[in-house]
Design a protein around this ligand. Structure first.
Ligand code: NAP
Ligand code: F7E
Length: 337
């Protein structure tokens, strides 16, 4: 039986990865931050809380990293924990650097010293492409991050590559484009839209307030993406891989797809700060722009080229963006029933 350790096991990806590894027969350990009340909602929803072993663990605390790596004989270490909300990273730039950048080298160096046979996965991100230097973006596209989050993740990415090359470690980075699910955090735009539309479809009347409607993202399903992470650590040779769908969609079109899945007929009017959306069937205004959700610097367009993952890992995404919007909208609608 292989042993895996997942940082961020209570997050969206951590929960899906834990379930996936359990189904493969792994012993799964995970790191959980000490808070006043343990938060295992996502693990509960996937029905795996009692099958994983949870350890008090904060990435900001070197001792926590040291002890789990010293004590657990880990075959595969998945570093998924992060301050993961781009929007918050301008308010928390130093904390974001500590957790998303510095913690990565602490883990790598501890593995190097105490457990060099452990395979390591780093959660890199399409946010590193930021102001994109080519379209679509692949493993060789030049990085140009646009947020403190993106900058911190660039460090995590390069230090993973550097430890691999310097110390012959099995360390890989997955450059994952946006992936969502019914377990997505509520502040991310897709979930904010599906939660808001579900409430409107259940009789509510609060229009959803959003920021930049023109941004484009390459959205896939988180359940598909965690399989790609696992494939990376099964390779004889460690490497970096883009996981993406190769399809990009505006916030506006994702909104329309989610509304359609709930039986709405979304009509758009206006531009910029005056843009609104109405459900023609109910006559309700369902979206208005609130500039407070604009970011100091934006990532306008992301579209990934997953060819390397397709050919070398045999990985490919199964869920399309419209299926994803429907899955999330219906899940939120059912939960309100
Ligand atoms: P998420 O739902 O926000 O989960 C983040 C996890 O990190 C949570 O379990 C959180 O714990 C934990 N965490 C945060 N700060 C921590 C700290 N100081 N010490 C220990 N744990 C801490 O994020 P996700 O969507 O699953 O993403 C997983 C990883 O992939 C992240 O590194 C993210 O940056 C990266 N990524 C995500 C995407 C995407 O589209 N989802 C794309 C590319 C890369 P709490 O439950 O206590 O908050
Ligand atoms: O924003 C725009 C916003 O917060 C997407 C993280 O998982 O993926 C995620 O980062 C877009 C941006 O995700 C609102 O300006 C408009 O252009 O859902 P998001 P993100 O910033 O792409 C990457 C790959 C990660 O690595 C991250 O960890 O949507 N947008 N109006 C809005 N965004 C939010 N959150 N809220 C709005 O009201």
């Amino acid at each position: 039986m292989k042993t895996a350790f997942i940082t961020g096991i209570t997050g969206q990806d951590g929960a899906y990865l834990a379930k996936f590894l359990l189904e493969k027969g792994y012993k799964v350990h995970g790191g959980v931050r000490r808070i006043s009340q343990p938060e295992t909602t996502r693990l509960d929803l996937l029905g795996v809380t009692n099958q994983v072993e949870l350890h008090e663990f904060d990435l900001a605390e070197q001792n926590n990293i040291f002890r789990v790596i010293r004590d657990l004989e880990i075959d595969e270490f998945y570093n998924l924990a992060a301050q993961s909300f781009v929007g918050a990273s301008w308010e928390l730039p130093i904390y974001t650097a500590d957790v998303d950048a510095m913690a990565v080298v602490k883990i790598l160096d501890t593995i190097r010293s105490l457990s060099p046979q452990t395979r390591f996965y780093q959660a890199s991100t399409s946010e590193m492409f930021g102001l994109v230097q080519e379209v679509p973006q692949s493993e060789t596209t030049r990085l140009y991050p646009r947020s403190p989050y993106g900058v911190a993740k660039v460090y995590g990415h390069y230090i993973t590559m550097n430890y691999r090359e310097s110390f012959d470690m099995h360390a890989s980075s997955g450059i994952l484009f946006n992936h969502e699910s019914p377990l997505r955090g509520k502040e991310f735009v897709t979930r904010k839209i599906t939660l808001g539309l579900a409430a409107l479809a259940r009789g509510g009347d609060a229009a959803i307030e959003l920021g930049n409607m023109d941004a484009k993202r390459d959205w896939g399903f988180a359940g598909d993406y965690v399989e790609g992470m696992w494939h990376m650590l099964q390779q004889d040779v460690p490497d970096d891989y883009v996981l993406a769908t190769g399809v990009t969609t505006t916030i506006r079109d994702f909104f329309t797809a989610a509304g359609t899945a709930l039986g709405m007929d979304i009509e758009w009017s206006g531009e910029g700060e005056d843009e609104t959306a109405t459900d023609k069937k109910s006559g309700k205004q369902v979206m208005k722009v609130n500039p407070k959700f604009y970011r100091p610097a934006e990532v306008d367009l992301l579209i990934g080229d997953p060819t390397k993952a397709l050919t070398k890992l045999g990985w490919k995404p199964k869920v399309t963006v419209n299926e994803l919007a429907e899955m999330m909208a219906k899940s939120d609608y059912d939960a309100l029933g």
